[in-house]
Design a protein around this ligand. Structure first.
Ligand code: ATP
Length: 202
């Protein structure tokens, strides 16, 4: 059985600004190994290493697709993007992609992990429904931001301040705690029903 937690490293290409400033890459790859060498001196090993040539669909297939299949079989799954500012978290997760503007997920290479996972989820649910006509499912979406010490419910428009793009719930309204089984539960967070990839991304 695969380890419960797996870590994939994605190295992004140099940005145009970095190239203009004459920066170079400090990362070397070991062919056939999930390993990198930084500044020719320190090596690090991961479950997977994706070099700058890796495309968004390749990242999804290699790192996330199996998780969504397991989720459809009833297991919980989490994808966590971690890295310093400018390292590519938003790009890889795909929240910056122009979702809903034309073609489907499969037509647009720029889509990242979130729209791909949501599309995969709805396709998997539709397939199960076709196989088992009495099968019913509900998908709810929450979108919670923890920024410094503030918990912000991004789907709660009731308390949106006039001049802010953000929707705020005061920290006292949203709670995160551990339950008796050691699971993490939250309360007071908006859950909105969504029945398509487009609805989730909207
Ligand atoms: N794999 C990639 N291929 C091409 N461009 C990329 C890739 N990853 C990141 N970039 C570009 O690098 C820049 C920084 O990426 P991004 O904004 O995703 O970083 P971030 O980790 O979300 O930063 P922050 O923590 O500051 O929000 C962006 O211009 C993004 O388009």
């Amino acid at each position: 059985m695969a380890a419960t937690v797996q870590v994939a490293l994605r190295v992004r290409p140099l940005t145009a600004k970095e190239q203009q400033e004459g920066d170079g890459s400090c990362v070397a790859y070991i062919p056939g190994q999930p390993q990198i060498v930084v500044n020719q001196e320190k090596s690090f090993t991961f479950d997977q290493v994706l070099d700058p040539a890796a495309t968004q669909p390749q990242v999804y297939e290699r790192c996330v697709a199996a998780l969504v299949d397991q989720f459809l079989d009833g297991y919980n799954a989490t994808v966590l993007a971690y890295g310093q500012t400018g390292s590519g978290k938003t790009y890889s997760m795909g929240t910056a992609a122009p979702v809903g503007s034309g073609g489907g997920i499969d037509d647009d290479q720029s889509y990242g992990i979130i729209p791909r996972a949501v599309s995969h989820l709805f396709n998997g649910l539709a397939q199960r429904q076709a196989e088992h006509p009495d099968f019913e499912f509900n998908v709810d979406v929450s979108f919670l931001e923890l920024y410094n010490e503030d918990l912000i419910d991004l789907l709660n428009s009731a308390s949106r301040p006039d001049n802010s793009r953000r929707t705020r719930v005061m920290p006292s309204h949203v709670t995160i705690r551990e339950d008796a089984q050691g699971g993490i539960v939250w309360g007071g967070v908006t859950h909105l029903p969504a029945n398509s990839t487009h609805a989730v991304m909207q």
